[in-house]
Design a protein around this ligand. Structure first.
Ligand code: DGP
Length: 114
């Protein structure tokens, strides 16, 4: 997708600190971290929001949970806990319109989120 920041990160046009890459999903450090661990997990395939995925994307999107587990283990977050967040739409705080999951950990979390 032309002019999509996260597509450009996924294809290497824009630099980022990539911490995971399996060909279909990548994860990289958030440029504006809200917790000691703040990673973004994204499908390389472009979807502007979660509402753009289709039934055929079930496996791809489901695999995000497995990658979140792998990254939680790598960052020693199993015991302390962590949060996996997806903002869908500007009303929910989405600012980059390429589906991404925030993996946040390393500090206590409150509920409900703001
Ligand atoms: P959201 O508000 O849910 O759409 O989250 C977008 C996140 O993307 C936000 O936490 C900051 C992060 N971000 C924005 N631009 C860049 C960038 O150029 N590089 C990286 N690594 N993260 C970015």
């Amino acid at each position: 997708m032309d002019n999509c920041l996260f597509c450009k990160i996924a294809n290497g046009e824009i630099e980022s600190e990539i911490v995971y890459n399996d060909g279909k999903l990548i994860a990289f450090k958030d440029v504006n971290p809200q917790a000691p661990t703040h990673l973004l997990i994204i499908p390389k395939k472009h979807f502007a929001t979660l509402m753009d995925i289709e039934e055929s994307d079930r496996e791809l999107m489901g695999s995000v949970c497995t990658v979140a587990k792998i990254l939680a283990e790598k960052n020693d977050l199993e015991a302390s806990g962590f949060r996996l967040v997806l903002n869908c739409g500007s009303g929910a705080g989405q600012s980059v319109f390429h589906v991404h999951f925030h993996l946040l950990g390393g500090r206590p979390m409150k509920w409900p989120p703001g």
